[in-house]
Design a protein around this ligand. Structure first.
Ligand code: CO8
Length: 257
């Protein structure tokens, strides 16, 4: 199989790019999340590296969220490791010393939004969808993901879109602050690079301390709730009714063709 994750590093700008290339839709499988996590850790340990741009190598999709196959008839052991790894990856991205920019060149759904909303800045292409649609799959987004979206768009917009599983258009996302810029698809990465350069004019440690300060409450809530969240997930997903709903959702994805 082709490489799912490609990392490039530009010495001059001191910025890395993380290309998500797990075809067809960058579904977040356990292996893929682990790869992202390891790559991020390596970049953090690379002293010269100051920022990372997360982009996609999948056509018209930034990330379609969790790989639904991880939740279909799972083994309890793998399901637990899967969720724990996802929690860790989110925390790592949400708190990293690196300046993070999401170059959202396509749809950015559920787990995709987990990645984009954990970043520091977001540039998106027009005419795509972004948000939390978990209820459509019969499941509920974890509180820490909801928190990180709420931090961007506020209580009410988060509440109604979460309850409805509503995905925002790029344009609405811009208006609400779920993304920071909308530019034509072929300019998203260039714009992300330009915005990154501008952001890197702020001294790194002061920027990171400001981020830590602003995100502290969300992180504290996450740390105190993560065990219970893990238990909920591993108990909930294998339930027969949830399995049925997930199964018919996957079928509906296939039959829309
Ligand atoms: N996981 C696994 N496979 C997927 C996923 C996914 N998330 N999304 C799409 N696929 C598959 C499709 O089934 C299809 O497979 P095949 O070729 O075998 O039929 C293939 O990828 C390509 O998909 P499409 O043909 O639909 O491609 P399009 O370009 O037409 O559309 C979209 C792309 C818009 C991304 C569309 O595929 C889509 O809407 N996908 C579903 C996205 C979604 O609903 N994601 C939610 C995942 S759940 C999640 O992230 C929850 C996090 C929190 C869980 C909390 C639990 C308690």
């Amino acid at each position: 199989a082709a490489e799912a994750l490609k990392i490039t590093y530009d010495e001059k700008s001191e910025v890395a790019t993380m290309h998500l290339c797990r075809k067809p839709v960058n579904g977040l499988s356990l292996e893929f999340i682990t790869q992202i996590s390891i790559a991020l850790e390596k970049l953090e340990n690379e002293r010269s590296c100051r920022g990372v741009i997360i982009s996609s190598g999948c056509d018209n999709v930034f990330c379609a969220g969790l790989d639904i196959n991880e939740m279909l008839r799972p083994t309890p052991e793998r399901l637990e490791i899967f969720w724990k790894t996802l929690q860790d990856m989110w925390l790592q991205l949400f708190t990293t010393r690196l300046m993070t920019v999401a170059a959202i060149t396509g749809h950015c759904i559920a787990g995709g939004c987990l990645i984009s909303s954990a970043c520091d800045h977001r540039v998106m292409a027009p005419n795509f969808k972004i948000g939390l649609n978990e209820v459509k799959l019969g499941i509920v987004a974890p509180f820490w993901l909801v928190d990180s979206v709420k931090n961007l768009i506020g209580y009410r917009q988060t509440e109604w879109s979460l309850m409805k599983g509503h995905l925002f258009s790029s344009e609405d996302a811009l208006r609400l602050g779920l993304v920071d810029k909308v530019v034509p698809q072929d300019q998203v990465v260039l714009q992300a690079e330009a915005d990154m350069a501008e952001w890197l004019q702020v001294p790194d440690s002061a920027r990171h301390l400001s981020k830590t300060l602003m995100r502290r409450d969300t992180v504290v809530r996450f740390r105190s709730g993560r065990e219970a969240d893990l238990k909920t997930f591993v108990n909930y997903i294998p339930k027969e009714s949830i399995q049925k709903t997930l199964h018919s959702y996957v079928e509906s994805l296939k039959s829309k063709k």
